[in-house]
Design a protein around this ligand. Structure first.
Ligand SMILES: NC(=O)c1ccc[n+]([C@@H]2O[C@H](COP(=O)([O-])OP(=O)(O)OC[C@H]3O[C@@H](n4cnc5c(N)ncnc54)[C@H](OP(=O)(O)O)[C@@H]3O)[C@@H](O)[C@H]2O)c1
Length: 298
């Protein structure tokens, strides 16, 4: 039995779709009550901030997919890192109590040599709690995930589509290695059967390293949009977050914290993923084409 957390979210939703095509028993943890139309999929109501609600959810479970973050907590803006710590501590404790064998997690990529933003420092802390739990784990770390519904992608999309003149701030030269959602989901699902991935963490990204300015330029080019970029000194974080929080279909608190993370390099450390999984993620341009094609076919 697999317990999928975050099943109503971007990553969990995609993983659920692929898992549901396999003959696996999947239990989804959700804060809302949801009925499943598939005999292999069930829903259990629970909240990772409430330990007791996790006890039943993890009974008989071998593997937990942990796809959660607390950045969207409006009234507890300053405390999302505290909530993320409570949530993963609850999950690890209950997994031990119910003898769960493995936790599979997706988190944000970060460079250990840099001072991390609030969001990335919190992601790192969650990762370390999982690693130190004595439960087997597989952890993937991604930067911008290219796919409709992903917070970072939606912010990029809104910035490029809505503004003919795009201001770029002191993060314009920060390097990033994006990845297509389809490739992320392949890693997350296929690792289930790959024992070589147990107790390992992997950075995942396409083969190109881009600056944030190049990311926007290439995205505009692929969409056939002529855009002018103007460099403005400083970070203008609050103003950018306010404007993009209104334009992108993303919780404004999440926009705020992700914009802070634009200062942090997100480039993959070398690894043996190609040998283990036998595929390379698609290029950045190809990921844009796939998104555009999938939208055109709807
Ligand atoms: N999106 C990206 O570009 C990206 C990039 C790198 C890494 N990641 C990582 O991927 C993971 C998943 O992110 P995402 O983009 O899929 O997030 P998301 O779309 O915002 O989904 C978050 C999920 O968490 C659930 N949730 C929130 N609070 C909860 C609680 N207290 N108890 C139970 N469930 C709760 C939400 O369920 P409700 O329906 O109940 O709200 C939702 O299903 C995170 O670890 C993130 O760091 C994402």
């Amino acid at each position: 039995m697999i317990l999928l957390t975050g099943a109503t979210g971007f990553i969990g939703g995609h993983v659920l779709k692929v898992l549901s095509e396999k003959n696996l028993q999947i239990r989804c943890l959700s804060r809302k009550s949801i009925n499943s139309g598939n005999s292999n999929i069930s829903y259990v109501t629970g909240d990772v901030l409430d330990y007791e609600s996790l006890v039943k959810a993890t009974e008989g479970v071998d593997t937990v997919y942990y796809f959660l973050h607390m950045m969207g907590k409006q009234k507890e803006q300053e405390k999302f890192e505290v909530l993320d710590r409570i949530a993963i501590t609850n999950m690890v404790r209950v997994c031990k109590a119910n003898s769960v064998k493995r936790i599979i997690h997706l988190t944000g990529m970060s460079n250990p040599r840099e001072k991390l933003s609030h969001h990335l420092a919190s992601r790192k802390e969650v990762e370390e709690i999982i690693k130190n739990s004595d439960i087997n784990y597989t952890i993937f770390r991604a930067s911008v995930i290219m796919g409709r519904g992903g917070a970072a992608f939606e912010i990029l999309d809104a910035a490029v589509r809505k503004f003919p003149i795009i201001p770029v701030f002191n993060w314009e030269k920060t390097k990033v290695q994006p990845i297509y959602i389809g490739d992320v989901i392949r890693y997350l699902v296929e690792c289930l059967d790959k024992s070589e991935t147990i107790n390992r963490s992997f950075d995942i990204g396409c083969s190109e390293i881009l600056t944030y300015r190049e990311l926007m330029q290439q995205y505009a080019k692929e969409l056939g949009l002529k855009r002018v970029f103007i460099q403005i000194p400083g970070s203008w974080r609050r103003v950018s977050a306010f404007v993009l929080g209104k334009l992108a279909p993303v919780n404004p608190d999440v926009v705020y914290w992700l914009i802070e993370s634009l200062q942090n390099t997100m480039v993959c450390e070398p690894n043996d993923l190609r040998e283990i999984f036998g595929f390379e993620p698609v290029s950045f341009r190809e990921s844009i084409r796939k998104i555009v094609e999938s939208e055109a076919s709807k």
